[in-house]
Design a protein around this ligand. Structure first.
Ligand code: HEM
Length: 480
């Protein structure tokens, strides 16, 4: 597939794997970070200033942010690695950052390093390239298309849990990870990836681990050091790139047209006939594999932990499952699943309390006001699903698991920016309907036949790039 000359960033990248690719020239230039000395005369919001701040931030970031809100309100400031960070926690500010003033921001801390693994895929891409890709990729994620994936999701769930035995203790975290990986890989590539599944999972694990452990601004400087830890990072990123490139190239060379997601991406074109190149499809497939499995796996693991603590919901879930799966062959099967009220309310409540994407870091590209406060160009701005979705102004008893709150169109009564597990605006999750459908199918299919109960305490969180439960989360699987 030929590269067109009007995409200079692709020409620059064509021989370089994402790990070594430069930041594309088409992106807005990264603004200079703001140090204390740059702030003279500026009215910066108050905030924590302890010398131990970086340690406290690193030790438990959600608790640090919740405390900052309790002490300083929705908009506070602090310095990490000497750079200015500002929190934007009120729904009004969240809506400004993500929707009404989104053009004033680019993605923040962590995303440049993620680009080393995912290349110029949707998650890491900036404008103007991002919107072009987003338009091309929208159709396979439209609800009408998602419906055709319902049967695959259900089939793979059944196959997966058929390996569990009555009374067995199951490591729910890894199990959900492997199930959601199989689902997204199958829908994306068909069978093309099965021989590489383990390699992709292992390399993904290493790459994400490296990104997460060295997330503070400036630490990306370490990535090229001749230290085994970072060289392993590069090898993992290159391995992922090689596998994705080979799969895409083999598919193109085979000339086979299949109706899986990669087939759709290969055919997708704009009204003026522009298509994604092989390299772009390879970056997008890696992006979809990564963004499409860990998030959903985490929220499912939390869901089963909450259900174990609140077993009164199991019987009604099983009833709902019987009603929904009685419609299995129907054309609107996916819509039936998405309309099922109890599994929907439970999933919404878990996405509120344990949002897999719990923080969305941004950088201000220009001076901008948020909630009436002046935010200077270059500031790191943090919106956090975790913090805002626990605001008691909008959610009574905010730390409690209360699925009932989602009845009577509760979500519609919330102001914009109060509940945003999938974000909003042009960077909203592309796979939100995919995830909702998949998550509910898995919950309902398990509830239809069994109960899961924690064998130990409720899991602690290990919030990194995603808000994941710590450890494997052992649960006993008992048929009903
Ligand atoms: C419960 C599961 C999921 C949650 C909570 C979730 C949440 C999010 C959030 C909050 C973002 C925006 C991140 C940011 O800009 O800071 C995002 C982006 C994205 N998600 Fe998801 N996601 C989920 C599942 C999925 C699935 C299943 C797929 C695909 C199969 C997917 C594909 C994407 C893509 C491609 C983007 C980048 C969109 C863009 O910038 O245009 N996600 N997701």
């Amino acid at each position: 597939m030929a590269f067109k000359t009007r995409k200079p960033y692709l020409e620059a990248m064509v021989d370089l794997a994402p790990f070594q690719s430069p930041r594309p020239d088409e992106y807005a230039p990264m603004p200079k970070p703001l140090k204390r000395r740059d702030l003279k005369g500026l009215n910066i919001p108050d905030g924590p200033r302890s010398p131990l701040l970086t340690l406290r931030f690193q030790k438990d970031t959600p608790a640090f942010l919740i405390n900052a809100k309790a002490e300083y309100g929705d908009c506070s400031s602090f310095f990490l690695a000497g750079q200015l960070f500002i929190t934007a926690f009120s729904p009004e500010m969240v809506n400004e950052v993500t929707v009404s003033k989104q053009g004033s921001f680019i993605k923040g801390v962590g995303f440049d390093r993620m680009r080393k693994v995912l290349g110029s895929g949707l998650l890491t891409n900036e404008e103007p390239i991002h919107l072009r890709h987003r338009r091309l990729m929208q159709s396979p994620f439209h609800i009408s298309k998602i419906s055709t994936y319902a049967q695959t999701m259900l089939g793979l769930t059944r196959k997966h849990i058929s390996n569990w035995r009555d009374g067995q203790v199951v490591a729910i975290g890894p199990e959900m990870m492997s199930l959601t990986f199989d689902i997204v890989a199958d829908i994306l590539f068909g069978t093309d990836i099965s021989a590489d599944t383990k390699r992709v999972q292992d390399s993904m694990h290493i790459a994400i681990d490296r990104i997460e452990r060295t997330m503070l601004p400036g630490l990306d400087r370490l990535d090229n050091l001749p230290i085994p830890y970072f060289r392993k990072f590069e090898r993992a990123a290159n391995e992922l790139h090689d596998v994705a490139t080979r799969i895409v190239n083999e598919r193109i060379a085979s000339g086979v047209k299949r109706d899986d997601l990669m087939g759709v991406l290969l055919e997708a074109q704009t009204v003026d006939g522009e298509k994604l190149s092989a390299r772009e499809i390879s970056d997008e497939t890696l992006t979809l594999i990564l963004s499409g499995h860990e998030t959903t796996a985490n929220v499912l693991t939390w869901t089963f932990a909450y259900l174990s603590q609140n077993p009164k919901y199991w019987d009604d879930l099983a009833k709902e499952a019987d009603e929904v799966f009685a419609r299995e062959g129907d054309e609107d099967f996916a819509r039936v699943i998405l309309a099922a009220p109890l599994s929907g309310a439970i999933f919404s409540e878990v996405l509120r309390l344990a949002p897999p994407v719990w923080i969305s870091p941004r950088r201000a590209l220009e001076d901008v006001t948020l909630g009436g406060r002046q935010i200077p160009k270059g500031a790191h701005v943090l919106v956090s699903q975790y913090v805002t979705q626990r605001d008691e102004n909008y959610f009574s008893s905010p730390n409690e698991f209360i699925p009932e709150r989602w009845s009577n169109d509760f979500e519609k009564s919330l102001p914009r920016g109060a509940y945003f597990p999938f974000l909003a605006g042009s960077r909203k999750c592309l796979g939100d309907q995919f995830a909702l459908l998949e998550g509910r199918i898995i919950i309902l299919e398990i509830a239809r036949q069994a109960r899961l109960s924690l064998t130990g305490a409720f899991p602690k969180a290990q919030p990194r790039a995603t808000y994941r439960p710590k450890g494997a989360v052992a649960m006993r699987y008992e048929l009903i």
